[in-house]
Design a protein around this ligand. Structure first.
Ligand code: FE2
Length: 380
């Protein structure tokens, strides 16, 4: 590892159209208490494939990391070997959770310089990391809570994943069937009361994103709770980050509950695309993944609300799949229960049939379903 001379190449000025061109999601890294066992959950329950590993056997004395892949989705699960480091502190504070939303770029040095110049807090200067398969350049900045954005430049790397990782097929569970998850659709952050606009400004001014949508407490409220949300997206529209904050309500909202149990701001959910939500959800349920349920009355007026859809409504009702329509088409979506003991991170399974929006029409039914779960947990 060596830190690149930052003066090597000034970021190309004049190209103000998109000063932070992002190629795609690179990977999402979770810090967790026992990555070896969590890797089984992602394989058996979620249909991911364990493909790469870094740990004691590969000379990594600090941490064990497992790469799990499905479609284009890459999750890295990391556990520290010792208590005196940031990873252990992160787990103590937050439980298992997302540490890094890593983004693939053509130029990790420029991504770092351009964002730090615009106020981003630097975490890792552009650094060359290599092994026998070539090198990557990696840099990182802070976002909300203890969450990071790493910028990964991998055009000079031919290896499996990142330098230091080796093939893990011998450790992988054999015969695991994929669940049809294809790519990350969006990732949502929960931030503290009054901080939504701060982070909207961060994604706007520091990262060059634009605001796609805004929902206030009139859009997203039930009898008891409310929240506010703004959706930021990058220039290509590939990377979308909705940001939520709690809003005043009669009872404690799901965002308050998250903030209390995560002990701060962090990633609330990861939405993943499928091309057949009925099949994906049936498969995930069969393997033990738990989803939220809306009352059957949701389906009574469904066709009147969203118009004709290709799917069989009884089949959607059987699985509790939600439908919403916008000007461009419709979408089907379903939310898991929290994926760990703390009521924090969860997954969304989404199938887009033209629609580019975020299921505003489902917010009320969805939040009432969450409130029923909160009530059982004693956190409403
Ligand atoms: Fe979502």
């Amino acid at each position: 590892m060596d830190t690149l001379a930052t003066e090597k190449k000034a970021a190309s000025a004049g190209n103000s159209a998109d000063f932070l061109p992002l190629k795609n999601w690179d990977h999402i890294e979770f810090y967790c208490g026992n990555a070896k066992q969590s890797a089984f959950y992602y394989q058996y329950a979620m249909g991911f494939k364990l493909t790469a590993y870094s740990g004691l056997e590969t000379g990594n004395r600090e941490r064990a990391s497992y790469l799990l892949e499905q479609g284009k989705i890459k999750f890295v699960l990391t556990t520290p070997y010792h208590p005196d480091n940031f990873i252990s502190d992160h787990i103590k504070q937050h439980g298992d959770g997302v540490r890094d939303i890593a983004l693939e770029v053509d130029d990790a040095e420029s991504a770092f310089n351009e964002t730090v110049k615009r106020g981003a807090v630097p975490v890792m200067e552009p650094t060359k990391i290599e092994d026998e398969s070539g090198f990557i350049i990696r840099s990182a900045i802070k976002t909300y809570g203890d969450t990071l954005h790493s910028f990964i430049q991998r055009n000079n790397y031919k290896g499996l994943f990142l330098p230091g990782f080796v093939d893990a097929s011998a450790k992988a569970v054999q015969g695991i069937k994929d669940a049809g998850l294809r790519s990350v659709d969006h990732m949502v952050g929960n931030v503290e009361l009054g901080k939504m606009n701060f982070w909207v400004k961060f994604y706007g001014e520091t990262m060059g994103f634009s605001q796609l949508l805004s929902f206030d407490d009139k859009d997203i409220s039930t009898e008891y709770t409310a929240l506010m949300s703004k959706v930021m997206q990058n220039g290509t529209g590939k990377i979308k980050f909705p940001i939520n904050e709690p809003a005043a309500g009669k009872k404690k909202s799901q965002i308050d509950e998250y903030l209390e149990f995560y002990h701060g701001a962090g990633v609330q959910h990861i939405a993943m695309n499928t091309t057949n939500i009925v099949e994906t959800v049936s498969e995930l349920k069969r393997r033990g993944v738990e989803f939220l349920r809306v009352p059957t009355t949701y389906y009574k007026e469904l066709e009147a609300r969203v118009g004709k859809i290709d799917e069989d409504i009884d089949e959607l009702a059987k699985h509790g799949i939600l439908v919403d329509r916008d000007d461009d088409g419709y979408l089907l979506q379903l939310f898991s229960k929290p994926i760990e003991d703390r009521p924090t991170v969860f997954f969304e399974i989404i199938q887009r049939k033209g629609a580019k929006s975020f299921g505003k029409g489902n917010f009320k039914a969805l939040f009432e379903a969450i409130e029923r779960e909160q009530e059982i947990r004693g956190t409403l």
